[in-house]
Design a protein. Structure first.
Ligand code: NAD
Length: 250
């Protein structure tokens, strides 16, 4: 892949996990990187990128809050200039069946995971559309496509992101590309509370026989966001080690 010159990428939920891996990867690709997160530990990710010779800044941002986006974008413009690429990745989840899920939890999952993407695109769109090479990647999940017990809020938001991606690709086709990655099980802090047995089961449900690494999702994000993917828009790319195509049945 050719090295990116003079482009700025904004990544949400980038203090850890897949978002942090995407921040590091896009910085290595040559982007100036804005690390956005509600968690102030995102400063560490920006510091690490700068130490490695890249350009990065951290902006405290609650993606669910429009005014927080306005403040973050003012900082990004000041520090890094206009935005060329957006990775919408932040999430919250609550592993409860619908009858046990509070309305507050349901609303918060929608607000962060789905409305957060809406706010992010709206905040970045004027910048993204200006050059004709703007690019957005949403981070969805295999939960968008498959029902698994106990995650009605999360699955709904992830299905929403795949729909939103197609819709925005249609609406802004000539000006901005919109794609999403659809990860399967990827070892991040999201798995901290999950037992070794359940992790093993998820790993064995993939065709490659292991869980994914955040850097492997970041590599797919890097491709879709880049000009190497200039003829790809509205796509949902599974990054799941074959989880979604292999089923055990006799
Ligand atoms: N880990 C997996 O197995 C897996 C599988 C499929 C999809 N995904 C998707 O990948 C993405 C990243 O997941 P992860 O596993 O790296 O999660 P993670 O929990 O490690 O990181 C999520 C980040 O989002 C941030 N965040 C939460 N609320 C926020 C808000 N309101 N505003 C800004 N930032 C906020 C958190 O502080 C955290 O840094 C998510 O969209 C998730 O749905 C993950």
């Amino acid at each position: 892949m050719s090295r990116v010159v003079n482009r700025t990428a904004v990544i949400t939920g980038a203090a850890q996990g897949i978002g942090a891996a995407a921040a590091h990867r896009l910085a290595a690709d040559g982007y100036r990187v804005a690390v956005l997160d509600i968690d102030p530990r995102g400063t560490k990710v920006a510091d690490e990128i700068r130490l490695a010779g890249g350009r990065a800044t951290f902006a405290l941002c609650d993606v669910a809050d429009e005014s927080s986006w306005a403040e973050a974008m003012a900082l990004v413009h000041r520090e890094l200039g206009p935005v060329d690429a957006l990775v919408s990745n932040a999430l919250v989840t609550d592993g409860l069946p619908l009858h046990e899920l509070s309305v507050e939890s349901w609303n918060r999952q929608l607000a962060v995971n789905l409305t957060g993407a809406f706010h992010g695109v709206r905040a970045c769109l004027p910048d993204l559309a200006r050059s004709g090479t703007g690019s957005v990647v949403m981070v969805a999940s295999v939960h968008a496509w498959f029902g698994l017990p106990g995650v009605p809020g999360y699955a709904t938001t992830k299905a929403g992101l795949t729909g939103l991606t197609r819709q925005l690709a249609v609406e802004y086709g000539g000006a901005v590309r919109f794609n999403c990655v659809v990860p399967g099980p990827v070892l991040t802090a999201q798995w901290d509370q999950i037992s070794p047995e359940d992790r093993k089961q998820s790993a064995s449900a993939t065709l490659v026989g292991r869980m994914g690494r955040p850097a492997e999702v970041a590599a797919a994000i890097s491709f879709l966001i880049s000009e190497d993917a200039s003829f790809i828009t509205g796509a949902s790319l599974a990054v799941d080690g074959g989880w979604s195509v292999g089923k055990k049945s006799s």
